[in-house]
Design a protein around this ligand. Structure first.
Ligand SMILES: CCCCCCCC(=O)SCCNC(=O)CCNC(=O)[C@H](O)C(C)(C)COP(=O)(O)OP(=O)(O)OC[C@H]1O[C@@H](n2cnc3c(N)ncnc32)[C@H](O)[C@@H]1OP(=O)(O)O
Length: 170
């Protein structure tokens, strides 16, 4: 299995509620490259990322359905994780081993979510990310979330490399 980018964030970037490995109360999302041949072209396949999360009962909106804010959170950190994967790769940094502190850190500039149908509580939510553009310190990622193989939400994240002020805080 490919390494998860969040396991390669330095400790000062590992407290995120969505994806920080050091946040015991958080979602601890993990985002990886996948290359299962699902893309129509080699570039699409190479650029696909995946994040999988199974909601818990406290993530309920109405009984049986997932809270939309949770859906947005999963898409958010899937997007920043995907951006980090892309920038880290583009800069020629190899993620060696299961953990490390070699990832380029990204934060959310813009998050867009379109809720396509109610998200059922129970099955894992699978988010696929496609790197739409890398422009300097800005990466645009398009994302699709499925549950039981059906699209429940789509989104777009514009991620920016983390500013020094955020890295130094805390
Ligand atoms: C690292 C591990 C943690 C993972 C994080 C998980 C996700 C999060 O919750 S992060 C928290 C939420 N996000 C924030 O608090 C970010 C707050 N905003 C900021 O700090 C800044 O506005 C920041 C960093 C986004 C952009 O500032 P800055 O780096 O100075 O951008 P700037 O130099 O002005 O612009 C660079 C490019 O980005 C674009 N841009 C700037 N801000 C945004 C934005 N908010 N949305 C979209 N595009 C933007 C500009 O238009 C410009 O584009 P182009 O090069 O095409 O002209």
């Amino acid at each position: 299995m490919e390494p998860a980018i969040q396991d390669h964030y330095p400790d000062d970037a590992a407290a995120c509620y969505g994806c920080g490995r050091l946040n015991d109360q958080g979602l601890q999302l993990k985002t990886r490259w996948v290359s299962d041949g699902s893309g129509e072209t080699a570039t699409e396949t190479e650029s696909a990322t995946e994040t999988v999360f199974t909601p818990r009962p406290e993530h309920t909106a109405m009984p049986g359905f997932v809270y939309g804010g949770l859906v947005a959170s999963v898409i958010d950190c899937s997007g920043t994780g995907s951006a980090s994967l892309a920038a880290t790769r583009d800069r020629g940094i190899d993620l060696v081993g299961e953990t490390g502190s070699d990832a380029v850190r990204f934060v959310t500039g813009t998050l867009e979510v379109r809720y396509q149908r109610p998200t059922p509580m129970g099955p894992p939510l699978v988010v696929r990310g496609r790197i739409a553009e890398v422009k300097g310190r800005k990466v645009t990622v398009e994302l699709t979330m499925t549950a039981n193989g059906e699209t429940v939400a789509t989104g777009r994240v514009i991620a920016l490399e983390a500013p020094d002020t955020m890295r130094a805080a805390g």
